[in-house]
Ligand binder design. Structure first.
Ligand code: BYC
Length: 477
């Protein structure tokens, strides 16, 4: 008997890949391309092995398995949350009908678009972060970087599974394109703006995992509501992994703020750049940048796309089931942020009433902003506890925007509209300048020694999976 390579083991899954030879073959032929992409665009730091959490099943006990794994041996699996055979569509014109196990023809192209956009972000972030290993502040942080990277790789697999299983040849072609586009490429960039920005240093990495991964949490939360059940189940499981990424961002910024505050107090000065830490105004500028580019990921304040997605049942709201309304919204209105003509050629920022369906990007963005405030409050508590008066804040929604109503204007972090030439002159007060970036990069020296940590960041309060901070999380090559 000829021994076909057993890809069902190479691709751990709970989707019955063994029983679907066609799909198995399609994914088999994509797998080497993925691995080539990982080799050429993934993490550059050579390692022997890394203490990683691997998803092995979706059940309460079995889903996360921790072990030292050589990176190339990491197995990217396909896992969907448990199916509820009685699941009904929770919103839109099909509310109350059974969830779809196949895609209705009329929604095929919209679903394809949503899945491709979601899929495109996953490998993009791995590309953006590929050089960070070389400057990791500790083995603990290095391990977390790799954990985030392999999970983003798995999230790509999650979307590619849907493309292959439900979209035929077009889906297979899109799956190839996901490996062809690259972050920052001139010819074939990633689809959304934030995923073509650089993540050149660890402060950017923590800000990215705080603000941009958090957009991922909210977008996945809306796709988890989808009438298309396999998409819903995939996103539900992805959200479990996303929690770790949130933790990396939240505690990463905590630790940077904590260390800066310590050095400020010890030396009784704000002027800490020369003392080997990141000054609070620079942290604020990084925050301003990552928050504003992440707001762009929510699309326009009003959008007929989102109205159509909702009505069709493709993309719901955050916590759809907890909303106290008819879940159809055809007769509802809501207020969205907008620019209006204030007469005498001036514009001003206000709110206008629109059909609730077209305002759903704003609705999601507001949920996201409220969540982001939680981080800022935490960081300010660290400053307050250190006895410092300085506070961090989220900039206004009109600040530094490229997408939506406010892309047309230039505004300060306080939300004051200013002429474009003033913005040009003053943007260095609010966004990282070359001098700021060079200073931050100058601190990025690797600390790859067990139990040691760079001087610009405080150690974490807890290790991973109950292990201490000085655990041998990574063995370097
Ligand atoms: N960049 O109708 P509108 C994550 C386009 S992150 C470039 O307002 P819509 C992760 C738009 O395509 C989550 N173009 O937009 C995080 C449209 O073009 P057309 C990723 C943009 O469709 C960290 C036109 O402008 N997932 O998972 O309502 C690490 C009008 O826009 C942008 C998703 O985003 C932009 N930023 O909303 C790893 C979920 N914004 O139709 C992973 C899937 C808009 O005129 N995507 N445009 O040609 C969606 O839900 C929606 O497509 C969007 C846009 C929210 C992105």
């Amino acid at each position: 008997m000829s021994q076909a390579p057993d890809y069902t083991d190479k691709i751990p899954n709970n989707v019955g890949l063994r029983e679907d030879r066609r799909l198995q073959r399609a994914l088999e032929s994509w797998q080497p391309n993925f691995l080539n992409w990982w080799e050429s665009m993934g993490p550059t730091l050579p390692t022997q092995d890394v203490y990683l959490r691997t998803a092995v099943n979706v059940g309460r006990e079995g889903w996360a398995h921790f072990a030292h794994v050589p990176m190339p041996d990491y197995r990217w699996g396909i896992f969907l949350a448990e199916q509820d055979p009685n699941r009904q569509i929770g919103f839109g014109q099909h509310k109350g009908e059974p969830a779809w196990q196949q895609i209705p023809g009329e929604y095929r192209s919209d679903l394809l678009r949503l899945i491709v956009i979601q899929g495109d972000t996953e490998p993009a972030s791995v590309e953006q972060q590929r050089n960070l290993g070389a400057t990791a502040p500790s083995l603990y942080d290095l391990r977390n970087l790799f954990q985030v990277n392999v999970e983003e790789g798995r999230h790509l697999w999650a979307m590619v599974y849907l493309l292959h299983a439900y979209f035929g040849r077009e889906g297979r072609e899109e799956a190839e394109e996901l490996l062809h586009r690259n972050s920052g490429s001139q010819d074939a960039p990633r689809i959304l703006g934030a995923f073509n920005e650089e993540t050149p240093d660890w402060l950017s990495f923590y800000m990215f995992t705080y603000f941009t991964d958090r957009d991922g949490k909210y977008q996945l939360g809306t796709l988890k509501e989808s009438a298309f059940d396999p998409l819903s189940r995939t996103c539900e499981f992805m959200l479990k992994e996303e929690a770790h990424h949130m933790m990396v961002g939240t505690t990463g910024v905590d630790r940077v703020v904590e260390r800066t505050a310590q050095v400020m107090v010890e030396n009784d000065t704000d002027d800490v750049a020369a003392r080997g830490v990141i000054p609070l105004p620079v942290i604020q500028k990084y925050l301003n940048f990552h928050y504003s580019v992440s707001l762009d990921l929510f699309g326009g304040e009003t959008s007929t796309n989102v109205a159509n997605y909702y009505t069709a049942g493709l993309k719901g709201r955050w916590s759809e089931e907890r909303r106290q309304d008819d879940h159809r919204l055809t007769d509802d209105a809501m207020m969205v942020d907008a620019l209006v003509d204030a007469g005498n050629g001036q514009q001003s920022i206000t709110e206008v009433e629109v059909a609730a369906l077209t305002g759903l990007n704003t609705d999601l963005r507001r949920q996201y902003i409220a969540d982001c405030r939680g981080g800022v409050n935490r960081w300010n508590k660290i400053l307050a506890d250190a006895g410092l008066a300085h506070r961090l804040s989220l900039p206004h929604i009109a600040f530094n925007r490229r997408v939506g109503a406010f892309a047309a204007v230039t505004a300060t972090p306080a939300g004051e509209l200013i002429p474009a030439d003033e913005w040009q002159r003053r943007q260095g007060e609010w966004l990282p300048t070359d001098v700021d970036k060079i200073h931050v990069r100058s601190l990025m020296r690797p600390v790859h020694e067990r139990g040691k940590i760079a001087a610009w960041i405080a150690p974490p309060r807890n290790g991973i999976n109950g292990k201490p901070f000085d655990y041998d999380y990574v063995h370097l090559a």
